[in-house]
Design a protein around this ligand. Structure first.
Ligand code: ZN
Ligand code: ZN
Ligand code: ZN
Length: 101
């Protein structure tokens, strides 16, 4: 099914966010790998503890060690929204978690 070009170009409505904005942390808390806002292998828990997919699988067994909750793929914030709500630059790292050499 073809996308109607007029529909595709129509500006999306402003989402009425309430001021609670995801931080989008810049790295994996386990292996310190860079996870830029557009990274497709970033996972977060409900508290936004941030991990890469391989650490979730190999180091954490799918459970966040901070809160005991599960992780979901981090949504990718589109560039237009990033301009308004920039990603966090504050790196969080938990020494001793990473199990791979
Ligand atoms: Zn990692
Ligand atoms: Zn957590
Ligand atoms: Zn790890």
């Amino acid at each position: 099914m073809a996308i109607d070009p007029a529909e595709a170009l129509r500006p999306k409505r402003e989402v009425p966010h309430t001021g609670i904005v995801m931080e989008i942390r810049p790295n994996c808390e386990c292996c310190n790998k860079d996870l830029p806002p557009e990274a497709s292998d970033a996972m977060i828990c409900t508290f936004e503890c941030t991990w890469c997919t391989s650490c979730v699988r190999d180091c954490l067994n799918g459970v966040c060690p901070n809160c005991g909750g599960d992780m979901q793929p981090r949504p990718i914030r589109p560039p237009s929204a990033l301009a308004k709500f920039p990603a966090s630059a504050e790196r969080v790292l938990q020494p001793g978690l990473h199990k791979l050499v």
